[in-house]
Design a protein around this ligand. Structure first.
Ligand code: AQP
Length: 328
């Protein structure tokens, strides 16, 4: 069975972008693949995190995985920091990467731009991501469009290692959804929706109550026209809302255009809000149940146990090939 690995940072409240771009594919892939899904807490600290919030968000992201339909009996769900080989193999890959290739990463450029001091962790983020994936020799990595560049670097690092030290790592393939790979921010149709955006009005959090969702959608930026038309180049905000609608109401973009022809944005936004509320309602209900039982700690423990043997074996082999004297 081909192997899938992916992760999400507990760096804020998960958004509809994380759900459409990533989690919903995790749920599908567990049917046909051996799956490993992580809460990547070591990645989250590449920007400052408040300790209590990091702990809470780590538990929350794991519970959202389960609430969204990931079945811990079929997929291993774990916290990255519970499996120490991630950090160690991450260091080994940092020594294989070049400054120039890390400097070219657009996520690094976006997150560091305009800042006086930029953490070194943010710079080497992609080498840790490479370790996450290669540690398990994953065949397929489901990610949104924004992570494509990091995945290309992972492939380069795997090939570099294999060339220097002999074939060992599987060179992974990205799995990017055709629709919803890049859900945009509600206040700016040219930026992606992000959970760490300081303006909560820019994203729909998966746990936003219905009234908050309605308010955020009614305030979402639209252009000055009144046609509900899919045209990302000229109408990025409306097109983004249409993508969200298409996903939540299970309608095609053509069907949406036809339904709102001549009606302006008001009716469209109102129905969109109800579609999002309806889509998230079962997930929110299940989430509340999971959090009330505390079962998530057992799920994370079991997940870390499942994957640890593979992770330690891979790390040992990589160290051996690189010339480390292994303890006897
Ligand atoms: N707007 C988006 N549209 C589609 N997919 C998205 N993803 C993120 N935003 C969108 C996908 O969600 C997964 C988890 O991403 P992550 O938490 O590891 O980091 P990220 O890509 O940087 O996501 P955020 O929400 O923007 O987090 P912050 O604000 O902390 O950086 C990935 O598969 C990503 O592609």
């Amino acid at each position: 069975m081909p192997r899938v690995l992916s992760g999400i940072q507990p760096s804020g409240q998960l958004t509809l972008g994380n759900y459409i771009g990533a989690i919903q594919n995790f749920v599908k892939l567990q049917e046909t693949h051996e799956c490993f899904f992580m809460v990547v807490d070591l990645h989250a600290i590449t920007v400052p995190q408040e300790p209590a919030a990091l702990r809470e968000q780590t538990e929350s992201v794991a519970a959202l995985f389960i609430a969204a339909g990931i079945d811990p009996a079929r997929a291993s769900v774990f916290a990255q920091s519970h499996v120490s080989p991630h950090a160690e193999l991450g260091w080994l890959f940092t020594t294989l990467a070049y400054m120039g290739e890390l400097e070219r990463m657009t996520q690094f450029k976006d997150k560091s731009s305009g800042k006086d001091s930029v953490g070194a962790g943010l710079f080497v983020y992609p080498t840790l991501m490479a370790a996450d994936i290669l540690l398990y020799n994953a065949d397929l990595v489901p990610v949104g469009d924004d992570q494509k560049q990091h995945l290309e670097l992972t492939r380069d690092l795997a090939q570099r290692f294999n060339q220097r030290y002999g074939d060992m790592f599987t060179v992974p393939q990205p799995y990017i959804p055709k629709v919803g790979a890049r859900i945009m921010s509600l206040d700016d149709g040219t930026k992606k929706m992000s959970k760490s955006n300081p303006n909560p009005g820019s994203y729909i959090a998966l746990l936003d109550p219905p009234d908050v969702i309605r308010k955020k959608i009614s305030r979402a930026t639209t252009d000055s026209g009144r046609d509900v038309q899919f045209n990302p180049a000229e109408k990025p905000e409306v097109s983004n809302l249409m993508s969200i609608y298409s996903h939540c109401a299970d309608m095609t973009l053509d069907e949406i255009e036809a339904r709102y022809a001549g009606q302006g944005y008001g009716a469209f936004k109102k129905d969109l809000a109800e579609a999002v509320v309806a889509k998230l309602e079962p997930l929110q209900k299940r989430y509340a149940e999971i959090r009330s039982t505390g079962e998530i700690h057992d799920i994370l423990k079991q997940g870390a146990e499942n994957v640890s043997v593979i992770a330690h074996q891979t790390l040992r082999e990589a160290k051996e090939r690189m010339g480390f004297l292994l303890p006897r």
